[in-house]
Ligand binder design. Sequence first.
Ligand code: PEP
Length: 253
Amino acid sequence: MSRKRIIAGNWKLNKTASETRRFLLTLRNKIAGMDALPEILICPPSVALETAIDAARESGIAIGAQNAYWESTGAFTGEVSTEMLESLGVSHVLIGHSERRALFGESDENVNRKLLKVLSGTLTPIACVGEMLEDREAGRTEEVVVGQVKSALMGVAHEHARRIVLAYEPVWAIGTGLTATPGQANVVHGLIRRSVGAIFDGAVADELRILYGGSAKPDNAAGLMAESDVDGLLVGGASLDADSFAEIIRAAA
Ligand code: PEP
């Protein structure tokens, strides 16, 4: 089964709207001559989404949000709904990034509510899972990661399952410069794919794109993506620089 790769940039709390425009105009030029491009996604801060959509028009670069709430409207100060994102032209949204879980108290149940809400609309969710260093050292990687996957997918209808993208991001590798080896990543991706197959069926598991995230950069991107179950990368730090992000895109092309 050939799955189209995705290279996604998560900018976190970085870049103003004008920096976003400049980056996207530069990236457009850098990818213009490349063949067999993967799906390319940039997730800027929410206040730069509109600028990003405008700057990325007809470039093949999709724009995603970093988070969305599970209610549509109401007294939820500071939150953004999926309908608001859809109306801007956003196509993807990250759900359950480890920084949301660790710094903003998002539970597995919150992640599940968000995923179900996203799936009730048109956005493509990228749901993030990953173990902490102490989980890995205690031999609990499978239990933690598969547990997060099962909990995130609770109640997801079969007809929606094909829209989901998952990202395996070992917490110990995010922003630390430590990367899972390609082999370590592939083992966990295989576990994730099998658990999704057990929840839905083999066809959903075969089509599922599972991205790796955690200090992905130009010099390790090709090695990670050479693994059979690694279908692309979710890139934090290295997505902030147009040269290094373009290099990672080239590795996937
Ligand atoms: C991320 O935040 O999703 C991420 C993978 O960050 P970094 O690439 O900087 O480790």
